[in-house]
Design a protein around this ligand. Structure first.
Ligand code: B12
Length: 343
């Protein structure tokens, strides 16, 4: 009976546009609490998420009536970006296409309709990145995937190139996990390629990250990027994929079937036109992607720093103009720093 329930639900989930799922009872992820508290004590806790660790481990804090957590994964692997061309900046793979914060909730609606019709569900809550729940912890607890040394959750065979989401449902569904598949359900023993490849040493040890040193965090932070990290930024315009790109497990990951995540912008973005972009043009070009939430000035700040790192002569006049005339002090300062790098 429960096998048939899971098989039918699996079909609906796949047709709705998800690549893997797992089901678990809506209970607190107790083993996550010491991990979150340790991160707080060690000053490694992300600053823009819910600070109440106990609140984060219990799905019932998001939906009191929840009985089951359906964890979901969608592959976004649209391929290797290759080297960054001159006068360009590179965007991390997760942000090339349509914003997953829009795509995944839409797809979840189809699953919700099915759960309402076939299982009598009345209350369903969608969680995609922005709730206080720890998406990776629920994915691991439900058996959807395993935590890698680079902190990312791996969902075989898709590697770590997956978005994660949860659907909280007020009906009991059988527990289900896709389980270990060929190739193992953990990082290869003694592999530390991600740790060694991280340009800023943000990965302190397997599964322990200092977010404030992570280049993904630094490209997204508001304010000025600290001097010590600017050269390490290289050509990264938004996000960082280094710890995932060097991972041997990710080399076998299939390309995504979802055209929504094919590049709308990027993988490489020309930087000189970016410096001139108006607010309206920024919205038109980037508004549908996951990199628009911080706004135009943050991307322009990053563009200046990249141009400073690359020191391509053709960029100098535009940087000088930006340093003098850009309305944002943040962007002017980044452009002035970039101009100094040519000296
Ligand atoms: C804050 C945040 C960030 C911060 C901090 C990241 C961090 N590692 O803490 C910054 C800006 C740096 C960031 C970067 C990225 N992020 Co982010 N981020 C988040 C967010 C909003 C909260 C994460 C959080 O609370 N972290 C606190 C720490 C303690 O937990 P964690 O790393 O998320 O997960 C740990 C636990 O799950 C633990 N764990 C769970 N069970 C178990 C069991 C055992 C036994 C052990 C040992 C560990 C363990 O293992 C993980 C590693 O420690 C989540 C969405 C969400 N609501 O969860 C997305 C999320 C984690 N990010 C995501 C993505 C895609 C990225 C980037 C790849 C984007 C990019 N290309 O630039 C990078 C990857 C950086 C990295 N190596 O982690 C995805 C990850 C998907 C996946 N397959 O893992 C998420 C889940 C969003 C989503 N819904 O898809 N992110």
């Amino acid at each position: 009976m429960s096998r048939r329930v899971v098989a039918q639900l699996g079909e609906v989930i796949r047709e709705a546009g998800f690549d893997a799922f797992a089901l678990m009872p809506a209970r607190p992820v107790e083993r996550m609490l010491p991990l979150l508290r340790q991160a707080q004590e060690e000053g490694r806790y992300p600053d823009f998420v819910e600070q109440d660790a106990a609140k984060r481990i219990d799905p019932k804090n998001l939906q009191g009536s929840a009985k089951t957590v359906l964890t979901l994964a969608v592959s976004y692997n649209s391929g290797d970006p290759g080297p960054t061309p001159p006068l360009h900046g590179t965007i991390a793979r997760y942000a090339w296409g349509l914003d997953y914060h829009r795509v995944l909730p839409e797809r979840m609606e189809q699953v919700i309709s099915y759960l309402r019709q076939e299982h009598g569900a009345r209350e369903c809550t969608k969680a995609v990145d922005t709730t206080f729940l720890v998406d990776r912890a629920l994915a691991v607890e439900a058996g959807l995937g395993f935590p890698g040394s680079n902190c990312a959750v791996y969902v075989p065979p898709f590697g770590s190139w997956v978005f994660l989401a949860e659907l909280l449902v007020d009906v009991e569904l059988p527990a289900f996990s896709p389980g270990p598949t060929q190739g193992g359900w953990a990082c290869p023993a003694n592999c530390d390629r991600c740790l060694r490849a991280c340009p800023t040493g943000a990965l302190l040890s397997p599964g322990r990250i200092k977010p404030q040193r992570c280049l993904s965090y630094l490209t997204q932070m508001s304010g000025s990027i600290p001097l010590e990290f600017r050269r390490k930024l290289g050509s990264r315009l938004w996000g960082c994929d280094t710890c995932q790109q060097v991972c041997p497990l990710n080399q076998q990951a299939p390309l995504t079937r979802h055209l929504e995540f094919a590049p709308l912008v990027g993988p490489h973005v020309p930087l000189l036109p970016l410096l001139e972009l108006s607010g309206r043009e920024f919205k038109e070009q980037f508004g549908h992607t996951a990199l628009s939430w911080r706004g135009k000035n943050i991307l322009q700040r990053n563009a200046c720093l990249i141009l400073g790192n690359r020191r391509e002569e053709a960029a100098l006049p535009a940087l000088q103009k930006t340093a003098q005339r850009h309305p944002s002090p943040l962007v002017r300062e980044a452009a002035a720093w970039a101009v100094e790098q040519f000296a």
